[in-house]
Design a protein around this ligand. Structure first.
Ligand SMILES: [Zn+2]
Length: 436
């Protein structure tokens, strides 16, 4: 099974290695064709879309090219809630794979995907890694959030997959001095060509390595993702490991991925997999202006994502990239706002910890973590009727596991969570400097 999967991903990757240099018209043609198929199936077999298009007096024939996409309604996270069954294509139920995400705005989200989507997403990720010199079979270390509760069989298959892919995964939610010392030893022995991870975790690790003058960790490149990369973080990581940092952006729910190439002038979008729009008040913005990122996933027919507002803000780039690839670019991304949580016993937990934990919990509409002092943090939760003691104790148990026993954790149930003045919801806020 693993071999079959690997072969299908390789094949898709070979396709993508060519299509990244296609003339613009050819990418457009590819997207238009995929869009027509997507809309046709959504109209014929997905109750939610059938109704939504009929309400607007639209037929699948009305969507011929990307320029027609603006006729279709925006899909918001709130539309998905309670509508999950109606989002599923009746003709493809057998292919549906349940999945979930913490969501980049802190609302856990359940959805369906299919193998086809996974294949193209994985292939696009491999292609993006190839821009930083990674080739299949190269050693990679990932500083990543590992699942909170996994079965023995899953544990075994993850280990097998890692061995085959020559990958080592280190849990980035345990970034104490002791665990980082151990991670450093493991990396010295494993000698990864590429180090990849949640941005704040890679940064914390680079700081540790530099402060303790640890030698022998020399990747050829570092890939950061899932959280904003600030200039001071890039500088620290590049100085410490003596190699370039490539920043990536993607979403768990759709097959969008975008990453910097060697030119570092923006993030090339995996346009073979998705159509990306940048909107302000419903209208496309001009290059360089910031707009809401709206994604149409061209590969998920099981549960179509058409004009999905991911609630991140970004700026489209206008000019072509000097690397010669024709894929459009995101100039900058202004989403993903997380802070690091610092505990009295010296742990530093990346903000990504919380969406990772909350995604497995039912009955939560929104949440926000606020750390006012080193000794305590508040967990604000907007719950619905599905939330019970069981969910509360699950959250508390895993927070204790990673945050330790010395920090006070207070759960507060509220009716709503205020947005920041910019309108962007921040879901992990710490008033404590991680340098403390
Ligand atoms: Zn480029």
């Amino acid at each position: 099974m693993l071999i079959d999967e690997a072969l299908s991903v390789r094949k898709a990757q070979r396709f993508l290695m060519k299509s990244q240099y296609w003339p613009r018209e050819e990418i457009d043609r590819h997207q238009n064709r995929k869009l027509r198929l997507l809309v046709r199936n959504a109209y014929d077999n997905v109750p939610y879309y059938h109704e939504a298009l009929r309400k607007l007096n639209l037929r699948p024939e009305d969507i011929r090219t990307k320029s027609d996409i603006i006729k279709l309604p925006i899909l918001r996270k709130s539309d998905l809630r309670g509508n999950l069954d109606r989002m599923l294509a009746s003709n493809l139920k057998a292919l549906a794979m349940p999945s979930q995400t913490g969501g980049s705005t802190g609302e856990p989200l359940k959805f369906y995907t299919q193998k086809e989507t996974w294949k193209w997403t994985t292939a696009a990720r491999y292609r993006a890694w190839s821009w930083c010199g990674y080739e299949p079979g190269d050693r990679m270390v990932e500083l990543w959030g590992t699942p909170f509760e996994i079965k023995e069989l899953e544990r075994f298959s993850a280990k097998l997959r890692n061995t085959l892919l020559r990958k080592m995964t280190l849990n980035c939610f345990t970034m104490s001095d002791e665990s980082m010392a151990e991670y450093a030893r493991q990396m010295q022995a494993f000698k990864p060509k590429v180090l990849r991870g949640f941005t704040s975790a890679v940064y914390l690790f680079a700081k540790y390595v530099s402060e303790h003058r640890i030698k022998g960790i020399q990747p050829k490149s570092v890939i950061t993702t899932a959280e904003n990369l600030y200039d001071f973080q890039r500088k620290k990581i590049e100085e410490t490991f003596g190699c370039p940092v490539y920043d990536g952006y993607g979403s768990r729910e759709t097959s969008l991925s975008a990453q910097q190439c060697e030119a570092k002038d923006g993030y090339h979008i995996s346009e073979e997999n998705s159509i990306v729009e940048f909107l302000k008040d419903g209208e496309p913005v001009s290059p360089g202006e910031s707009g809401d990122i709206v994604i149409t996933d061209l590969h998920n027919q099981v549960m179509p994502w058409i004009r999905y507002s991911i609630e991140d803000v970004g700026r489209p780039a206008g000019e072509k990239c000097s690397c010669g690839r024709t894929l459009s670019m995101i100039k900058s991304i202004e989403g993903r706002i997380h802070d690091i949580i610092v505990t009295p016993d010296g742990r530093r937990v990346p903000g990504e910890f919380f969406p990772h934990l909350f995604k497995d919990v039912t009955g939560i509409k929104e949440y926000q973590i606020y750390q006012g002092s080193k000794d305590g943090l508040s967990v604000f939760i907007v719950r619905d009727s599905a939330f019970s003691e069981k969910e509360a104790s699950y959250l508390l148990r895993h927070m204790r596991e990673y945050l330790g026993s010395q920090i006070a954790i207070e759960m507060k149930y509220v009716d709503e969570i205020a947005k920041s003045p910019s309108g962007k919801r921040r879901f992990t806020i710490s008033a404590v400097s991680p340098d403390n």
